[in-house]
Design a protein around this ligand. Structure first.
Ligand code: SAM
Length: 302
């Protein structure tokens, strides 16, 4: 296994065992698709030998592409930023450093000058030092997340970066709407679908990824796509909040082919992430993988 390189809202690191033990073993599937990639916790855990990773967030996927091809530079420059920040002892001085880097990142994003590698380095640094690893932008598209309350960067992430870099060598990286995979997936492929969680109650949630929203209609698109890919002979898993349960249950054909289970522990984990505490939901895992249908956990929940 490898750790995700980035912190990401809705990241699946804390429930990774619950997920991977319910996926088919690598010898059983061909290509791996993760079209809502974010921090890619499942991808880094599985280390698939042929993967297609995608997220609508272009800045995020540009980062992975640059990281994939420029490991040494990014490690070196990231360390320089860590060292510079660590030299400041007061919170005010650290803040000043953080907000100057944030401004620089936004200027680069707005096309002040051409330096995509510097942009990638700053993206990684801001991700590590910002509040909750959130990526949120204002209407102008500027990254506007404040600094973590307490920044301590004593731990080197070099090994983690090297490990993640290896895994990324086997991935094709894109940034588009998730539905593109309908054209690509073939029989025997494995698809992990982790869309923005549905929330029937919290309007704030819709802005979490700055993608212009992921409402009920898009959740239905995910469900319908999962069913199509099932009929094509692919292994499919969806994770969501339990608020999506009715939406899945309302489609009889879907329910004939997929099983759902609830993760009891999900509510109490991830206590420092904005996501779970905001939407206050339990996770569900939904899968068509037949080898797991016999497990009592799925049957009980049916
Ligand atoms: C719950 S997060 C995925 C977290 C990921 N599994 C992890 O472990 O970090 C959902 C992701 O879907 C992305 N997203 C939102 N709308 C999308 C769309 N229409 N197509 C593709 N990705 C989308 C968001 O940018 C976000 O990164």
């Amino acid at each position: 296994m490898a750790d995700p390189i980035l912190r990401w809202a809705g990241g699946k690191r804390q429930i990774i065992d619950d997920i991977v033990t319910r996926l088919p073993p690598s010898r059983d599937y061909n290509d791996y698709y993760e079209p809502f990639f974010g921090g890619g916790a499942v991808f880094f855990e599985l280390k698939p030998s042929n993967a297609f990773i995608n997220d609508i967030n272009e800045t995020l996927m540009d980062f992975y592409e640059l990281f994939k091809n420029n490991l040494d530079y990014i490690i070196r420059e990231n360390k320089k930023l860590d060292d510079a920040l660590n030299r400041y002892s007061t919170l005010d001085a650290k803040k000043e450093f953080y907000y100057t880097r944030r401004r620089e990142f936004n200027e680069l994003q707005n096309g002040c000058c051409e330096d995509e590698l510097r942009e990638a380095v700053l993206f990684l640094f801001l991700n590590r030092t910002c509040f909750n690893g959130l990526y949120r932008t204002n209407e102008k598209g500027d990254f506007n997340v404040p600094m973590k309350k307490k920044v301590i960067l004593t731990e080197s992430i070099e090994e983690k970066l090297k490990e993640g870099h290896k895994v990324l060598q086997n991935a094709e990286i894109t940034s588009q709407d998730f539905e593109y995979i309908e054209e690509e997936v073939e029989e025997g492929d494995l698809i992990f679908l982790d869309p923005p969680y549905i929330s029937n109650s919290d309007a704030r949630y819709f802005n979490q990824y700055s993608t212009g929203g992921f409402g009920r209609d898009r959740q239905i698109d995910v469900r319908d796509l999962a069913l199509k890919l099932h009929h094509r002979g692919a292994y499919v898993m969806i994770t969501n909040s339990d608020e999506a349960e009715d939406l899945y249950r309302s489609d009889g054909e879907f329910m004939e082919n997929f099983r759902m289970m609830e993760l009891e522990a999900a509510r109490s984990i991830n206590s420092d992430s904005s996501q779970r505490s905001q939407i206050g939901a339990t996770d569900i895992i939904v899968t068509n993988s037949p080898q797991f249908w016999e497990q009592r956990e799925f049957d009980a929940y049916r």
